[in-house]
Design a binder for this molecule. Structure first.
Ligand code: AP5
Length: 214
């Protein structure tokens, strides 16, 4: 599981983690944006909350995440949950379904850095890759020309999202205290990944040793 404030780098790190470890990346925000794109009633309702930087109601989010976790690829390869749970009720719902992570990675990033990352973020609609105009610019002019910006990526909206994050984060952390690993997310994405990679390698070693397979 990976957690952190808006634009702390969760999506960026999930890309690097899944490339190396082959886990299935399940991002609550991506599931919601996909639902919005279908034009469904749930999608329309979700967008109203997302535009205000508020949490989308549990009856929409919990069901979506549950369905994705139950798909065969998540069971076979293991999952990497990003942006879920964001409240105690979501964490409790996950536990009740029998899903408990082996590790809870918490990206810690200072607030001024978060705002800069949000405002400069761009997405490639063709590949899904996340860019930043300053820190991770597009490789070619062709890619640069097709980049899009998320509807909630403005300075005004990120402040609302940060408020929501601060209101809920402590209750989620309390659920996973014993398996939390804090990561300094202020450094370059490669340096952030090096910390995560080291934590995951240690976890795998511990689990192998505990199961007697080494
Ligand atoms: P969601 O899509 O999850 O947004 P978020 O939590 O605000 O996180 P972001 O996706 O904005 O950022 P990130 O941490 O993935 O950062 P990224 O890697 O892109 O949620 C959106 C909304 O959906 C919520 O506000 C809520 O309304 C709703 N929602 C979602 N989950 C929900 C739930 N469980 N329950 C209810 N509602 C829910 O990086 C950001 C930028 O920084 C990029 O440009 C990147 O290139 C750059 N960058 C990344 N790392 C570095 C680095 N180390 N150095 C320099 N630049 C970097």
């Amino acid at each position: 599981m990976i957690s952190g404030a808006p634009a702390s780098g969760k999506g960026t790190q999930c890309h690097l983690i899944t490339n190396k470890y082959g886990l299935v990346h399940i991002a609550a925000g991506d599931l919601l944006r996909a639902e919005i794109a279908t034009g469904s009633d749930n999608g329309k309702r979700a967008k109203q909350y997302m535009e205000k930087g508020q949490l989308v109601p549990d009856e929409i989010v919990v069901m979506m995440v549950k369905e994705r976790l139950l798909k065969p690829d998540s069971k076979e390869n293991g999952w990497l949950l990003d942006g879920y749970p964001r409240s105690l009720s979501q964490a409790t719902a996950l536990e009740a379904l029998g899903f408990r992570p082996h590790i809870f990675l918490l990206l810690e990033v200072s607030e001024d850095v978060l705002v800069e990352r949000v405002v400069g973020r761009r997405l490639d609609p063709v590949t899904g890759k996340i860019y930043h105009l300053k820190y991770s610019p597009p490789e070619t002019q062709e890619i640069a020309a097709r980049l899009t910006q998320r509807f909630d990526d403005t300075e005004e909206k990120v402040k609302l999202r940060l408020n929501t994050h601060h209101q809920n984060v402590e209750s989620v952390l309390s659920m996973y205290k014993d398996i939390t690993v804090k990561i300094n997310g202020n450094v370059s994405k490669e340096e952030v990944f090096a910390q995560i990679d080291s934590a995951l390698t240690s976890l795998i070693e511990e689990r192998k040793a505990a199961s007697g397979s080494v």
